[in-house]
Write a protein that binds this ligand. Structure first.
Ligand code: GAF
Length: 386
């Protein structure tokens, strides 16, 4: 599937710079089975890298300037590596500037390079194209200049680059983009960054994403607000239960016993978090035991929490999940990623996929006048040097 992308990126590089790339990197987007808005709350998440990627081609240019071309946007920009990088008005360039800043801040020495990149990760769909951009750039620059950077540190620097751009994100997206393995989901402990792989065998069910094709602008501000609300809630929990260090140590009973000590909005947020951390553990066991029906039921529960307690859903996503609940062929569905648009992740009985797709697209078009898109997920390897 990515062969054409690689060929086109290479050809564009050759046409632009008159030479063949010295390094080519594939950097994937990610899905998350369960554990949403849990990475920055120090719980467990269950993501995986997918076969939608950004392809990068690089060469050294023996100067102190780097030239970067985004083929799909038909845009390019230059960075003077002797100057301190500043945020620009062109959003996509900031992820790259953020990466360069991270490398410089961490004392890595590198010189000018030429780079072109092209992507088949849909942007704004919750598949983490920005993490793929950050991690692919980091991986490529490291390969080009023989910098030794552990995968975990690539993920951490990618996360910091994203913070610099303005989203106070957790580590899940960058970590899974870098650490993915074909047909495995990653159970990641976001507190310690320890992780283990589990077989992604969904047995009689297909994993299909439905892309709502909407992205509400609330995303960044509400995302950062959720983080602050959770921090406020955790402080109150710790004041009442000094033995609790993070949400994972808190039982639902303990939380319920101090409900009246919190503002109701903060209570709803942290109630979701405490329950979601437990759901990830149950979901991972269900996957290991081949109990995909239980996994599906947990996805529905997560969506209820994200919509009613964590308040990161929207009418379009709620409609897709409500429709899924009424459909016997769909055994689990929830919004995936940060929310306010993007995709739902669905477990659909094998053999019923086309019928489900037809039904959902008609209903969605009738209700919102928007075309629904579908992605059949293939769980794939993380960032790769070709
Ligand atoms: C976004 C963030 F970047 C992740 O860190 C994560 O918090 C996710 O939203 C929600 O689970 O993708």
């Amino acid at each position: 599937m990515n062969d054409i992308l690689i060929q086109d990126t290479t050809a564009f590089f050759e046409k632009s710079f008159g030479s063949s790339p010295q390094k080519t990197v594939l950097s994937p987007g990610r899905i998350n089975i369960i554990g949403e808005h849990i990475d920055y709350n120090d719980g467990y998440v269950l993501p995986a890298a997918i076969d939608k990627v950004i392809c990068f081609a690089f060469e050294k240019n023996n100067s102190k300037k780097s030239k970067i071309i985004a083929i799909d946007l038909n845009e390019e920009f230059e960075v003077d590596l002797t100057q301190e990088v500043q945020l620009s008005d062109v959003v996509w360039t900031n992820y790259i500037l953020g990466v360069i800043k991270q490398l410089q801040d961490n004392g890595f020495s590198f010189e000018g390079f030429n780079c072109v990149f092209s992507s088949n990760i849909p942007v704004g769909s919750g598949l983490s194209s920005s993490a793929a951009l950050e991690c692919g750039m980091l991986f490529g620059i490291a390969a080009l200049f023989d910098l030794t950077i552990a995968k975990k540190d690539i993920a951490l620097m990618g996360q910091k680059a994203e913070h610099w751009v303005g989203i106070n994100c957790g580590i899940m997206d960058q970590f899974s983009s870098v650490h993915g393995i074909e047909d495995k989901v990653i159970k990641l402990d976001c507190n310690t960054l320890e992780f283990e792989y589990h077989d992604a065998n969904f047995k009689d069910y297909s994993l299909i994403l439905m892309d709502s094709n909407v992205k509400h602008s609330l995303f960044t501000s509400e995302y950062n607000t959720r983080r602050l609300e959770c921090e406020e809630g955790l402080l109150i929990i710790k004041n009442h239960f000094p033995e609790i260090k993070s949400f994972r140590d808190c039982t639902e009973e303990q939380l319920l016993s101090i409900e009246d000590k919190m503002n109701p909005t903060v209570f709803k947020r942290v109630h979701y978090v405490v329950k979601e951390i437990n759901r990830v553990i149950k979901a991972c066991e269900a996957l290991d035991n081949g109990n995909i029906e239980l996994l599906g039921a947990l996805l529905f529960e997560t969506h209820y929490g994200l919509s009613q307690e964590y308040a990161v859903s929207c009418a379009e996503l709620d409609m897709l999940v409500d429709t899924a609940k009424e459909d016997d062929s769909v055994i689990g569905s929830r919004l995936m990623g940060g929310g306010f648009g993007g995709c739902t992740i669905n477990l659909i009985k094998k053999g019923c996929e086309n019928e489900v797709k037809r039904k959902f697209s008609n209903l969605y078009l009738d209700t919102f006048g928007i075309e629904l898109k579908f992605y059949d997920v293939k769980i794939s390897n993380g960032t790769t040097l070709l």
